[in-house]
Design a protein around this ligand. Structure first.
Ligand SMILES: [Zn+2]
Length: 147
């Protein structure tokens, strides 16, 4: 049973691979959240052995679920209201992600025009391959991602 004590209203990201909690904190920009955020490292998990958990106080719109689905769609998103879990969301690989990863092609227009959003689309769902919307360069930088 997931311990949500201390969280009256918010989101609990469960089943994060052990050691990946901080990376997810950074990628989701959780330092910009107004409410409390807690990262629990190396929690016991029957399914995974060890796992990380992130608790975020406040509403769901603070979390980019597309970005989260991209990082690891096996993460469970629990919605907490009045100290109990009222909903569990399943994640999937998003069709499109914006400003989560950056194109590494030096000739890409986004390398020249820095104000352009970084947009990648899902090119191969089975392989979990993403390509840049502008230059079609395959993104290879996120080796840890489980597909
Ligand atoms: Zn590009």
């Amino acid at each position: 049973m997931l311990n949500i004590s201390g969280l009256k209203e918010g989101i609990v990201l469960d089943h994060i691979k052990a050691g990946q909690g901080l990376e997810i904190y950074d990628l989701l920009g959780l330092d910009r959240v107004d409410g409390q955020v807690a990262i629990i490292k190396n929690a016991q998990s029957q399914k995974m052995g060890r796992k990380d958990i992130i608790k975020i106080e406040g509403s769901l719109d603070q979390v980019d679920l597309d970005a989260l689905g991209y990082i690891d769609h096996n993460i469970t998103v629990n919605i907490v209201k009045d100290n109990r879990i009222v909903e569990k969301k399943k994640l999937s690989l998003p069709k499109m992600i914006t400003n989560v990863i950056r194109c590494k092609n030096p000739r890409c227009i986004t390398s020249i025009e820095q104000e352009l959003p970084q947009v990648f689309y899902l090119a191969d769902e089975k392989a979990g391959t993403y390509r840049c919307k502008y230059c079609d360069e395959k993104y290879t930088g996120h080796e840890n991602r489980k597909v």
